[in-house]
Design a protein around this ligand. Structure first.
Ligand SMILES: [Zn+2]
Length: 245
């Protein structure tokens, strides 16, 4: 169990991932990421979409650190020659807020800037705004978050960057081969869910090994933490390798 300090205040206990959690991971969307965070941090599923994204991201970061560490390595195709380019970053380095606006905290999830009050965005806000045409999304988010006063979309964006900095980054990667510069966007929730989904084939293999060796029902095996399951699968493989003629 790990304890997460919520950026909005207080703490949450995050339990280790089980096979059932790993199998539950679907498309790398904000909603799926919210569901995973709610499972492992025991947030009430119905209200989890109302939890600020910055808190959800703090949970996702703890999951990422437990599974893969703080470093992220991913690939993007070069814009010039289409060669794969490696993108390396540290989660700690991209979660630092820029801190350029005089934004004041006025409650757990409410802030004030230039005399206007706004609240922090949630998964429900992202889902609602995503259904709008892309050119209207900034305005749609502004009208959902603004509680009092007037704020332009740009000022609200800058204020959110300062107080609700999620684990996102826009990176420029230069290709050694052709010299072209390629933009790469990193979103923690997408990266984490994709990484877990890619490992689901190993999960099935590990479940099969445990089920065929111990005769345990699927539900029992899925309740094991990822670490326990992997250790047992390794032992079974070692036994089988030792028993082979
Ligand atoms: Zn290139």
């Amino acid at each position: 169990m790990r304890t997460v300090t919520r950026p909005t205040g207080g703490h949450l206990d995050v339990r280790p991932l089980t096979g059932a959690d790993e199998r539950s991971v679907g498309a790398p969307t904000r909603l799926e990421a919210c569901r995973l965070a709610a499972r492992v941090a025991s947030l009430p599923p119905r209200s989890a979409t109302e939890v600020p994204l910055v808190d959800i991201d703090a949970i996702l970061r703890v999951i990422h650190e437990a599974l893969y560490g703080d470093r992220v390595s991913s690939e993007v195709a070069c814009r010039g020659c289409e060669d794969p380019l490696e993108v390396l970053l540290s989660l700690g380095a991209i979660s630092e807020p820029p801190g350029e606006l005089p934004v004041d905290r006025v409650g757990e999830v409410e802030y004030a800037v230039h005399g206007a009050r706004f609240r922090l965005p949630t998964t429900a806000d992202v889902i609602a705004v995503d259904s709008e045409p892309s050119e209207h999304r900034g305005e749609a988010l502004r009208s959902r978050l603004l509680l009092d006063g007037e704020l332009s979309v740009d000022v609200l964006d800058a204020a959110l960057d300062e107080v609700a900095c999620c684990h996102e980054a826009n990176l420029e990667v230069r290709c050694e081969r052709c010299g072209a510069t390629t933009s790469a966007q990193f979103l923690l929730h997408e990266h984490l869910l994709r990484s877990i989904a890619m490992e689901q084939r190993w999960l099935i293999r590990e479940i099969h090994l445990l089920a065929s060796s111990y005769g345990w029902p699927l539900a029992d095996i899925e309740r094991l933490t990822r670490t326990e399951r992997r250790q047992m699968a390794r032992l079974i493989q070692a036994d089988r390798a030792g028993a082979a003629p």
